[in-house]
Design a protein around this ligand. Structure first.
Ligand code: UDX
Ligand code: UDX
Length: 442
């Protein structure tokens, strides 16, 4: 347990909260985390991260040893720090809008803990639509607080990616602080003294908007690539070769153009949908966002189509599905494209055998009837075809020979451009990849 009084309180030990807390502790801050789930608290105290994220447990252990990080439930006796960061989840409602219940509860809980004295800055790290920090968070803190307690709200959106979360948190490419007073901006920026990157200070609403614009734009880039890749597939052009001709143009850039089975995760699908719900509320058309979401719903089926082209009707066929996590190096299955792929295959009567190095248990929670096997060999053995949904390193290492030895028919559909097409073809694999361009293989 940390002894010194914290200068940062983090509410929520999820992907964002725990990573942010550990990064802050590593940068020398005294951090206290408040988390509702007692099992999570016990895990973190023992040095166990409640989810898989490379390097996080080692960093957690160091932070605990240095006594710069502590964690407790809401019954904690540790007083709030002058800066409180709200990092609770904002999951999607059926309408696409973000569910703000957790945020409201957490903000109210912070209000209840505020005491009269110097002003506390309540910083929202959760992704929320423009205006929410004022209308929901400020209102909820106020509702819970002693009328004499002083506080201000601010926004400090988080841009970390799962799989490289700690590195992204320690070396961000920019820091955005949204504050409606000079003091609040200064206090939040003081957390990042040791971080070298552009620091952008704007008002609260603008910071909230930056986060949505960033995620929607990245999702748009991927959506555009997927659409182009689908054309490339038909006209015999490799989309990845096209990228080489685009990337040197700084107006375009080469990142986030990887076409595949669509984007998943806790942010892109949910945030684009939430942003679209804001357009709907304002009665403004959002054809670009609509197209990004529609295209992303269709994209996993492109992988199934490619498979069908190679193996024919799927009824009764054994199909290996490699990769259940929404991306490599995480056990997160939120909005994973593996789910629509599995369901589409099953709807056509295929017997799908799934594997993932880390995400099996989480996938089981969202699809209890899925057949999961503990090894790649078991997934591939006797299969009439295979779809690779997540480009884990462990899958990159499967040699063409291994595919041939284990599978009944060596058909590999690569949903993430994991393999070298020429090598696969030379080894006799019937290899298809989204945007590879069939004619380039002939
Ligand atoms: C974050 C952001 O906050 C979200 O807005 C963004 O879109 C995605 O990243 P994430 O870190 O993924 O969410 O959330 P999650 O992993 O679900 O963790 C939230 C944690 O907060 C959980 O451990 C939950 O138990 C805890 N929690 C929730 C509290 O401690 N208090 C609450 O009142 C509610
Ligand atoms: C994203 C944002 O990148 C991050 O800034 C924000 O804070 C949270 O949301 P994350 O969802 O963790 O991060 O991972 P990311 O690497 O962005 O991948 C999201 C999805 O897009 C994955 O399903 C990935 O497979 C897919 N993707 C990514 C592509 O299909 N093509 C690409 O070129 C990049």
């Amino acid at each position: 347990m940390a002894k010194a009084r914290p200068n940062l309180t983090v509410i929520g030990a999820g992907y964002v909260g725990l990573t942010t807390a550990i990064a802050a502790a590593m940068q020398g801050h005294q951090v206290h985390v408040i988390e509702t789930n007692p099992e999570r608290v016990a895990d973190v105290r023992r040095g166990r991260a409640p989810f898989y994220e490379p390097g996080l447990e080692e960093a957690l252990a160091r932070s605990l040893r240095s006594r710069r990080l502590s964690i407790d439930t809401h019954n904690t006796s540790v007083p709030l720090a002058p800066i409180v960061m709200l990092c609770v989840g904002t999951p999607p409602l059926p309408s696409g809008a973000a569910d703000l219940t957790f945020l409201d509860q957490a903000a109210y809980g912070v209000g209840r803990k505020l005491t009269p004295g110097p002003s506390t800055i309540v910083v929202v790290k959760s992704t929320v639509l423009p205006g929410t920090t004022q209308t929901v968070v400020h209102a909820a803190v106020k509702r819970g607080a002693d009328p004499k307690a002083r506080f201000e709200v601010a926004s400090n959106p988080e841009f970390l990616r799962e799989g490289s979360a700690l590195k992204d948190a320690l070396e961000p490419d920019r820091i955005v602080v949204g504050a409606d007073s000079v003091t609040a901006a200064r206090v939040v920026l003081s957390l990042y003294k040791k971080v070298k990157c552009p620091k952008i200070t704007v008002n609260v609403r603008t910071a909230e908007t930056i986060k949505y614009a960033a995620n929607a734009f990245l999702a748009l880039k991927i959506g555009f690539s997927n659409e182009m890749a689908n054309l490339c597939e038909r006209v015999g052009v490799d989309w990845y070769d096209v990228i080489q001709g685009l990337a040197p143009d700084p107006r375009i850039g080469g990142l986030f153009l990887r076409a595949g089975a669509g984007f998943g995760g806790s942010c892109f699908p949910k945030d684009v949908a939430a942003l679209r719900s804001a357009f709907r509320k304002e009665d403004i058309p959002s054809p670009i966002l609509d197209a990004v979401l529609d295209g992303n719903d269709r994209q996993p089926l492109v992988a199934v189509d490619l498979l069908r082209q190679e193996v024919g009707p799927l009824q009764g066929k054994r199909i290996a599905l490699l990769g259940l996590a929404f991306k490599p190096d995480t056990d997160d299955v939120r909005e994973t494209r593996a789910l629509p792929i599995l369901r589409a295959l099953a709807a056509e009567g295929a017997h799908v055998v799934c594997h993932d190095p880390k995400a099996g248990p989480n996938f089981r929670k969202i699809e209890p009837t899925a057949t999961l096997v503990p090894s790649v060999a078991e997934a591939l053995r006797g299969a009439a075809g295979c779809i690779v949904q997540t480009e884990w390193d462990a899958y990159r290492r499967i040699t063409p020979r291994r595919f041939r030895e284990l599978m009944d028919t060596p058909v590999v559909v690569d949903g993430r451009r994991t393999y070298d097409a020429a090598k696969m073809k030379r080894a006799g694999i019937r290899y298809r990849a989204i945007g590879l361009g069939r004619a380039t293989m002939e």
